[in-house]
Design a protein around this ligand. Structure first.
Ligand code: UD1
Ligand code: UDP
Length: 368
């Protein structure tokens, strides 16, 4: 049988890689449709190379645009692809415009839609991702919430039980697969002149953080003050959206914060696992720090990953500098011995097991 994957951004590549690879292990042909939402090497091709994925079978090259134009171009391109391929199922992951487009076309052309990382809700309607999540979940045929909490949110919205399978998050599979290689192959600590445990890490790229000048300045100031208290330097691999806004707003980045280019997965994992504290507004980074045992401070007023806070891995601080400083004080030095809420690293196996058209694990003949 033949399955399609629609993806378009950095986190989708990372989190679908384990599912694509599990399909290959079972002899299933995959057809990867890249929307082209992300196209810079550092947000795109580097992950295909590092995760050992073949280049996409199709790239729609939609690029950056307003939401309507971007999503519209994706819809037209994906529709053509799915008509040609006629897959048994189309996989999408997460909550981006690429995810929405893949799910919407799948449901219209009557291909089963499988949503990896279903059920997350921030309950903040101002986030473009929240709109995407709700729509995607309600038009998907197979929903894979990472936790019991997210599954309960889906049931509360009336999604039929037989569509829901709790699997953990495929990001655990990815981290378990690549963590050792990150530790042995990455040279990022010496390249940046860093010592384990002697720096903090920052990522911030969300619209509500960086597209608002005041919010962006406040989080930079809060992180800088929090790290000054522990005499740590802050490394900030900066997403192009954030870099554009810094320039547009003419923001002076505090001296304690060092900007670097967006990093490949191995280098980023290495920094995440050796940082003293990680400050972030990223979804994937909240998850990965809970897996790697590094304390996390979230620079948002809420999170669709509250499980990370329940286990003690994450403090949701908001954007006020004093609150960021207080959260860092609370998190710094934590042992990191919590259990990640996102499963045991078998999410991809469980996901492929659930799709009736795909061969079972037992049916796979081992190859050399
Ligand atoms: C998108 C997702 C967001 C996700 C993030 C992952 C939506 C609505 N947002 O946000 O949920 O967390 O990806 O990183 O789908 N740019 C480049 N090179 C690229 C891509 C973008 O320079 O390869 C720049 C462009 O100036 C562009 C801006 O980044 O305007 C934003 O890109 P876009 O894809 O619209 O959204 P992200 O902020 O990346
Ligand atoms: N990431 C990376 N290099 C970086 C920053 C992040 O490889 O410089 C990875 C990180 O390990 C995680 C994912 O990108 O797996 C998170 O993506 P992002 O923060 O862009 O999106 P979100 O998860 O918020 O949607």
């Amino acid at each position: 049988s033949n399955v399609s994957f629609v993806l378009g951004t950095r986190p989708e590549i990372i989190k679908l890689a384990p599912v694509i690879q599990e399909c290959h292990r079972r002899g299933v042909d995959t057809h990867v449709i890249h929307t082209g939402q992300h196209y810079s090497d550092s947000l795109d091709a580097v992950f295909f190379r590092q995760l050992g994925l073949s280049p996409p079978d199709a790239n729609l090259e939609v690029g950056s645009d307003d939401h309507g134009a971007q999503t519209g171009a994706m819809l037209a391109g994906i529709e053509e692809e799915l008509h040609d391929i006629e897959p048994a199922v189309v996989f999408v992951q997460g909550d981006t415009n690429s995810t929405l487009a893949g799910a919407l076309v799948g449901s219209k052309v009557d291909v089963d839609v499988a949503h990896v990382e279903a059920g997350l809700r921030s309950f903040d309607d101002d986030m473009p991702e929240e709109t995407n999540r709700v729509i995607i979940d309600h038009i998907s045929d197979h929903l894979f919430p990472p936790t019991e909490e997210t599954a309960a949110l889906l049931r509360n919205e009336g999604i039929p039980e037989d569509r829901i399978t709790v699997t953990g998050n495929t990001v655990v599979d990815a981290v378990q697969t690549y963590d050792d290689r990150a530790a042995s192959e990455s040279r990022i600590l010496s390249e940046l002149g860093l010592t384990e445990g002697q720096f903090d890490l920052l990522t911030a790229h969300r619209v509500e953080t960086v597209d608002d000048r005041d919010a962006f300045e406040r989080i930079l100031s809060g992180v800088s003050r929090a790290s000054a208290q522990a005499d740590q330097e802050v490394i900030y691999p900066i997403h192009p959206r954030a870099e554009d806004r810094l320039e547009e707003f003419g923001i002076a980045v505090p001296a304690r914060i060092r900007l670097v280019e967006p990093l490949g997965f191995f280098d980023f994992l290495r920094l995440e696992s050796t940082a003293d504290v990680v400050f972030t507004d990223s979804g994937g980074v909240q998850e990965e720090t809970s897996i790697l045992g590094t304390p996390c401070v979230t620079l948002r007023y809420g999170t669709e990953r509250p499980e990370t806070a329940f286990v003690g891995a994450n403090c949701v601080a908001g954007r006020e500098p004093s609150a960021i400083v207080a959260a860092a004080t609370q998190m710094r030095g934590k042992a990191g011995d919590w259990k990640t809420p996102f499963g045991d690293g078998t999410a991809a196996v469980q996901i492929v097991d659930t799709i009736p058209e795909l061969p079972a694990r037992e049916a796979v003949t081992p190859t050399e």
